[in-house]
Design a protein around this ligand. Sequence first.
Ligand code: SIN
Length: 479
Amino acid sequence: MIQDLLFDRSYVNGKWTNEGNSTFDVLNPVNKEKIATILDGGTVITKKAIQAANKAFKPWAKSTAKYRSTILEKLNELLIQNTDVLAEIMTLESGKPINESKGEVTYAASFIKWFAEEGKRVYGDVIPSHTEDRRIVVIKQPIGVIAAITPWNFPLAMITRKVGPALAAGCSVIVRPTYETPLSALALAHLAEKAGFPPGVFNVIVGKDSATMGKILCESDLVKKISFTGSTEIGRILMKQSASTLKKLSLELGGNAPFIVFDDADIDKAVEGAVVSKFRNAGQTCVCVNRMLVHEKVYDEFTLKLIKAVSKFKVGNGMDQDVNIGPMINTKAVEKTLSFVEDAKTKGGKILIGGNAIDDCFFEPTIIGNASDDMIFSKEEIFGPVAAIYKFSTDQQAIQMANDTIYGLASYFYSQNISRCWKVAEQLEYGMVGINEGLISTEVAPFGGVKASGQGREGSKYGIEDYLEIKYMCFGNIN
Ligand code: SIN
């Protein structure tokens, strides 16, 4: 039952707190109806959570990796057992189609499972010494209290991708989900409690004032690391605010993903990849394609096939099983998408399908042909269901266009020529490259970007390193 996993307040030090002088509402993006009223923990709860996590850190860090792994495994089981209810909560608060929400719960659990295993393999090193009487050993230790600041587009998986490695490494965590989608995070807190995390190890704080809560976390000496997923603009602010404490940061920020279709591509496969990588979550993911760069020889074929695929989409309430494009997160997002489309129209863009806001919740899946580099979406992230198609004629031109952005998160291309694949993949200035593949996210691979898309990696064997410090020990006078 959905009620069993619905909570309305912060979870700190193993308790649902009564802290807070005001409330805020969580709205369903599909109709703007209230689905919950949340007690705003604000400044007070942020400070309490820091104290609680700090107190819990040392015993948690001292516990064995095997013990921590057992609790994480239990949490993974609970997430899987509760997939349907968690997905329902997620769709209610984020608008995501229910099947995508179910997919996200599985994706979220996969990080917990992966790091439950990976935490047991945090090996150090023995280094051949530079003198006869010394021995050099390297160990890895948890960083300390970490704060995870997470977005609305993946209300669960962006949390587990951060707290999975942190908890496995021996860090205590404070999760600050965005105020639009706190319910998935609070449900996770409940499941974490059931899984057996000791009080203070896993805290979730909810409040509307992200700026103040974020600042307190950044400026606290007790918080040793911030892991953030969100916009580049906010990433920069968090980095500035963290300067006084020289805090470590993992930042998964904005993107401007190119999707290149070369003239030797399998066009049907490219269309399949383009659909999934552009329209997942109504285009509201950091790895969604922003610019489709298509070779002039295959431009017409690719475009026609893409229009055909997009014309089959059903837009509507994500709770309906057959809907594949849900609402956008809020009216501002609809307005922003529309402004990008209008801008493209005035600069020669051709609307091939869609192009309109349906109302203040939904935007039509849209394809714009004849895109050019003076259009806003050439530089800025669309974050909506709009595909912009550009034409190119040489490999070098495609690579230059792809790299002509401050961002460097995900990129994609389609070609059947293995040497072209290697050469292009090596030249793309991105943290991730999908080669003949439109869906690249998985717990086993390092997710993250370069340039203004951030720093650090999440998932994979690399993901846990972001939560560990290296300590070198020199044993002297060994005679
Ligand atoms: C994101 O949009 O930030 C994450 C997308 C993903 O994990 O696939």
